[in-house]
Design a protein around this ligand. Structure first.
Ligand code: NAP
Length: 258
């Protein structure tokens, strides 16, 4: 077990990639604080983690609100004693409002930036003092391959994920001498609720079926499954990755190679 007795705070852990990471970390021995808006999904994750013999709490919150992160960090410390690992995973994709920039919805732009970029910034700000006291810790930001290249009709998403890499790299330098590593994972298309919306939009836009699109979507000829993000997330959270910081790892079936 690589994460025995660590406490991990994972945002967006109700479903998709966040859920897979929460269960994967619990399997490695970590206690989990899971955050999202849908209580029923959080309860199911919590139950699965408790069944593994780990401690788990869930917190229902809308993370686009600026005051959410500090309150949540205080709640987690109260319930589980500390935080060792922060995974900034909660995010909105480009699927709900895909449009070219001239037609882009300003409210959706603001929401995307608040959730995908400002929330990780505020969570980091609230968690770092705890990690500095212990001189150890891990921050893992879930960016995207769209954090490295542009995404037509998805400006807010691509901008937010590029920004998250800037936050990752800056924090990595600021914390490099304090035993704290900060890295990002850049998934390619992963079969989740968020991705489904975007894939349907792209298939329609290109006049092909979802199956046709999917067969061309990555060099491996398919989307990834949420569990396929877990091995890198475990590596980055564990002791063996102490010399890895400021990096952005693609897990994308060969889609991006830089
Ligand atoms: P997902 O299946 O839609 O899950 C998103 C999670 O975030 C859910 O638990 C959701 O729960 C939570 N969430 C969404 N809005 C929230 C809000 N305002 N406040 C609190 N929690 C919120 O999405 P996913 O595909 O797993 O995405 C997870 C992360 O991976 C995102 O940052 C996404 O950008 C990134 N990513 C995904 C892909 C992909 O292809 N799937 C590719 C690259 C990067 P509630 O709705 O209940 O709040």
């Amino acid at each position: 077990m690589q994460l025995r007795n660590r406490v991990a705070l994972i945002t967006g852990a109700g479903r998709g990639i966040g859920r897979a990471i929460a269960l994967g970390y619990a399997r490695e021995g970590a206690d989990i604080a899971a955050v999202a808006r849908t209580q029923s999904q959080l309860e199911s994750v919590e139950q699965e983690i408790r069944a593994m013999g780990r401690r788990a709490i869930s917190i229902t919150a809308d993370l686009s609100a600026a005051d959410a992160p500090a309150k949540i960090v205080a709640q987690v410390v109260e319930a589980l004693g500390t935080i060792d690992i922060l995974v900034n995973n909660a995010g909105v994709g480009s699927g709900p409002e895909p449009r070219p920039i001239v037609d882009f919805d300003d409210a959706f732009w603001d929401y995307t930036l608040a959730l995908n970029l400002s929330s990780p910034y505020r969570f980091s700000k609230a968690v770092i003092p705890l990690l500095l006291q212990k001189k150890t810790g891990r921050i893992i930001n879930i960016s995207s391959v769209a954090g490295k290249v542009g995404l037509p009709h998805g400006a807010a998403y691509s901008v937010s994920k590029h920004g998250l890499l800037g936050l990752t790299r800056t924090l990595a330098l600021e914390l490099a001498r304090d035993g704290i590593t900060v890295n990002a994972i850049c998934p390619g298309p992963v079969r989740t609720q968020a991705n489904e919306q975007r894939v349907r939009y792209d298939a329609e836009r290109r006049g092909i079926t979802v199956e046709e699109l999917e067969s061309q979507i990555t060099p491996i000829g398919r989307r990834l499954e949420p569990d396929e993000i877990v091995p890198v997330a475990v590596l980055l959270a564990g002791d063996s990755s102490a010399a890895i910081t400021g990096q952005a790892f693609n897990v994308c079936g060969g889609l991006a190679m830089f």
